[in-house]
Design a protein around this ligand. Sequence first.
Ligand code: URA
Length: 252
Amino acid sequence: MGFVASSKPRRIDQLLANGGYCSRSEARVWLRMGRVTVDGVRAIDPGAKVDPTAVRVDSEPLDAPDDLLVLMHKPAGRVCSHDVREGPSVYDLLPPRWQDRNPVVTTVGRLDKDTTGVLLLTDVGSLVQQWTSPRHKVPKVYEVTVDKPIPVTLVEIFARGELMLEDEERPCQPAVLEILSPKEARLELTEGRFHQVKRMFEAHGLNVTRLHRSRFGAYTLDDLAPGTWRMLTIPGPEEENATVGSEKGAVA
Ligand code: URA
């Protein structure tokens, strides 16, 4: 399975509509107004097939003409949901026009509202499937604080892969627990069940009071501030878990 971004020629009106800029009929108007150029030349025909990287709207390049992959430092207090009834969302931190992109931009798995850290977002459905499938065992690392001292025996219990969570039929996959201080630990999981970290500790009488994901696959936050994000290059098949260079910043 390959995830190489395509820059193959596309219709101008389709590019603008799929990028969330405007509808296809509005694109005709934008072209008539002279807002769109291709290779520096004013575009006229909405059906013309053009190289997406050569297109400018109001003199600006298209923000993400091809497949999209974003690394966000999720702040606390935001949900990974498109449903506005659930409150402030991680999607509100992205350019507003991305809400109208087609295909839709979604998170790769979810983090709870109070969880912070590495969150990937993409419009490549196959990437979401692959990176969230337990079969692919993508490592995820969490920094955990709990309300009581962590028993050393938990290291062995988590490692054995025999921990049963309530209402689940299969035990958790083996997980690596490193105790950093009496109430702090680092936990590496290769699956991503609903509230998994919190439930694993709760199964042993400990409540998680702080949860931060410091790594997803090979992706880490580096100096990314909470609430900000950067674009990533979609990895090729031979480097599916690698950060293949990144382009920092936000899109106006
Ligand atoms: N496990 C949890 O309990 N919550 C998260 O947000 C992520 C993993």
